[in-house]
Structures are given as structure tokens and as C-alpha cells.
Design a protein around this ligand. Structure first.
Ligand code: IPM
Ligand code: MN
Length: 383
């Protein structure tokens, strides 16, 4: 039995609706397993700019520091697109990652077999499914390097510097190898060492770290090739470890293989158990407030929170199983509405069905499924 303080940063666009669904799921899971979650809301992103004049108010960072974990929806939107660099809502996200020391971003990409036909790849390529963990470095590289504008004889020149220190590469590599030890023991390190000095250092350090993990098979791959291999043969990958910007791009690509970016969760971790959990999708301003978003990525992010920050493995599995079950039953959100459930009659005739749910309804369905699947357990505890 535990008590956990969770800072909730709903943010912009569809952030609030998907966070509400994730909190409902956490509440129910807590109720069944006897844990209490204290949710405290904080502002970041566009809404924070509107309400406080700053994209990341100090109060938000302080609340996160005083919490056991953070659940984040999404930030950004067209309303704030004209703001310059530092003033943009996205700066809040980068600020949170940096301030909270969250250098390791875990982005698992797995296919739910019920959604196999939402995957744009041929059936023979996906086979019996993919299960990739992208380990993205999150507080270094080009995102945080020196940047600016300056005059030159050819007009203005703008620059962003990609640089990595040995220590930064070492700690993310250790994360990747530790993760691989719990999986299929294969790491692909993605870089651009045929062109970039920072990648040459990256490759050297990752290779050094690999010597401490003799059971793990390490392969190096250039990022352009990795982008191609993800489409050509995604099943070759177990853990992929890469820099901030390459991880940003490759994780969007990997998400599409799973059917929809609306399905993928992420965890951003530092040294201790504290973490920030967020769907990898953005704020999707075009569908915000219409109850058509997919809350599954946020809900699966809350499962990652239980696992990584609170060590509640059984509870995390319970949420993940409920998601799988609801998808198997044919319930869909709009982003995956074309992935029908195929029903075979006794005579072998195939028909399709899918029930399209709103964001709120999908959240409640998953919550109810958690309740239903744990009836026995819930009853037992009352004895
Ligand atoms: C992500 C997002 C962010 C990033 C943006 C919103 C700053 O795309 O989390 O992948 O580039 O890291
Ligand atoms: Mn991204």
C-alpha cells in the first residue's frame, strides 16, 4: 500500500482530455490494489503563457520537485507558433527535462496484435509482432547545444551545435544495456559516425560500456540506414539507443509501425525513481476538445509510471492488459477506426466490426475493464 504524489501537467490541445483518462485509470487501479494517488495540477506550455506570461512557471518546477512523478499531456499549438525560440510552449518541455535531470527517455514501440491491420507494413514484415525499445538521450545534443543567429556575408546565419560529453553518452548507454539485459539482450546504437565527430565519440563510449555487458550483442548503425531498416525489417530491433534528435525522429517512425502515434507512451527518467511520463504524440490542436483523441498513449504512460517510479509491476500489467483486452474486443478510437476486428463465423465466413469510442468513453472502458478483470482480487481483499 502506497501514497504517491503525482504532478499533472495537462498542457495544451488534447493534453487535458488524455490526462483525465489516465488519472481515472490510475484512481481505479489504486482503489483495487490499495494505493492512493494525490494529483496536483500545474501549468506548462501555451496555457501557462496565457495565464502567467511564462511557458514554465517556477511554481510548476517546484511542484514537480515536490512530487514522486509527473504525468504530462502535451504542449504547443498554432496560437503560440509565432513566438520566438525561448518563448515557445515547447521550451517548457525542454526546461522540465533539463531542470529535473531526466536524461533517459524510454519509448517502447510494440504492436497490439488486435491492431495488426493498422500497421502500414506488409503482413510478412510484421510477422508475429514487433517489440522495440527506443532509448533516447534527452538532455543533451543539438537540443541543448549552443544556438543562435549571426550576420554573415551571405546574409543571416543560424546554427545549432550538436555536442556530447563522454559522461552523457556513458549514462544513457548504461540505461540501454541495463534495459537490454531484461529483454532480448540486443542493442543497436544509432549514430552518424561516418560524418559527425560527436557520433564518433558516441560510438567509442557505447563500445566501451558494452564491455561490461558481455551477454549483450551490440551493433552500430548509421541513422539513415536505421530509418530504412525500421521499415524494411523492424523485427531485427530489440533496444535502440541514440541521441536526442535521432531518437525524436526514429520514435515517430517506429510509432507509425504500431498503427498510430496515439498508442505510444514514454518515460523520462533521471538517476532516482522520479520520472516524467507522457504520450509521445503532440497536442493535436486540430482535434482538441472534440473528444476524439486516443487516450491509450497517456494511459500506457501511467502504467509506465507505476512500473518505473513506484515499482508497482503487477498494477502496471493490469493496466496494460486492460488496454489489450479492450482493443481485442474491437473498441477503437478515431485514429485507429479502420483497424477492424475480424470475426470468423462457424462456417468460416469473415466479417468485420469495430466500435468507435470518444476519448472519454475509451478511458472509462479501460477503467471498467480494470475493475472487471480484478473482481476476484477486489473481493478477496474485503475478507
Ligand atoms: C517529443 C516532442 C518534443 C521533442 C518537442 C515538442 C519539443 O517532439 O517529445 O518527441 O522534440 O522532444
Ligand atoms: Mn517528437
Amino acid at each position: 500500500m502506497g501514497r504517491f504524489k503525482v504532478a499533472v501537467i495537462e498542457g495544451d490541445g488534447i493534453g487535458p482530455e488524455v490526462c483525465r483518462a489516465a488519472c481515472e485509470v490510475l484512481e481505479k487501479t489504486g482503489e483495487i490494489f490499495g494505493h492512493e494517488f494525490e494529483f496536483n495540477k500545474a501549468l506548462a506550455g501555451g496555457i501557462a503563457i496565457d495565464e502567467t506570461g511564462e511557458c514554465l512557471p517556477e511554481a510548476t518546477v517546484n511542484l514537480c520537485r515536490a512530487s514522486d512523478s509527473v504525468l504530462l499531456g502535451a504542449v504547443g499549438g498554432p496560437k503560440w507558433d509565432d513566438l520566438s525560440g525561448e518563448a515557445r510552449p515547447e521550451t517548457a518541455l525542454l526546461g522540465l527535462r533539463e531542470e529535473l535531470g531526466l536524461y533517459a527517455n524510454l519509448r517502447p514501440a510494440t504492436i497490439h496484435m488486435a491492431l495488426k491491420n493498422a500497421c502500414p507494413l506488409k503482413e510478412e514484415i510484421i510477422g508475429d509482432g514487433i517489440d522495440i525499445l527506443i532509448v533516447r538521450e534527452l538532455t543533451g545534443g543539438i537540443y541543448f547545444g549552443e544556438k543562435g543567429w549571426k550576420g554573415s556575408k551571405n546574409g543571416m546565419k543560424a546554427y545549432d551545435v550538436e555536442s556530447y560529453s563522454e559522461a552523457e553518452v556513458k549514462r544513457i548507454a548504461i540505461r540501454a544495456f541495463d534495459s537490454a539485459m531484461k529483454r532480448q539482450k540486443r542493442v543497436v546504437s544509432v549514430d552518424k559516425a561516418n560524418v559527425m565527430e560527436s557520433s564518433r565519440l558516441w560510438r567509442r563510449v557505447v563500445t566501451e560500456v558494452s564491455h561490461d555487458y558481455p551477454e549483450v550483442e551490440l551493433t552500430h548503425m548509421y541513422v539513415d540506414n536505421a530509418a530504412m531498416q525500421l521499415i524494411k525489417d523492424p523485427r531485427q530491433f530489440d533496444v535502440m539507443v541514440t541521441s536526442n534528435i535521432f531518437g525524436d525522429i526514429l520514435s515517430d517512425e517506429a510509432s507509425m509501425i504500431t498503427g498510430s502515434i496515439g498508442l505510444l507512451p514514454s518515460a523520462s527518467l533521471g538517476e532516482g525513481s522520479f520520472g516524467m511520463y507522457e504520450p509521445i504524440h503532440g497536442s493535436a490542436p486540430d482535434i482538441a476538445g472534440q473528444n476524439t483523441a486516443n487516450p491509450i498513449a497517456a494511459i500506457l504512460s501511467s502504467a509506465m509510471m507505476l512500473r518505473h517510479s513506484f515499482g508497482l509491476i503487477e498494477e502496471a500489467r493490469c493496466i496494460e492488459n486492460a488496454v489489450t483486452k479492450v482493443l481485442e474486443l474491437g473498441y477503437r478510437t478515431y485514429d485507429i477506426k479502420d483497424s477492424y476486428k475480424i470475426i470468423k463465423s462457424e462456417e468460416g465466413r469473415e466479417s468485420v466490426t469495430s466500435m468507435i469510442m470518444g476519448c472519454k468513453e475509451m478511458g472509462s472502458l479501460i477503467t471498467n475493464m480494470i475493475q472487471a478483470e480484478n473482481k476476484v482480487f477486489a473481493n478477496n481483499t474485503s475478507f
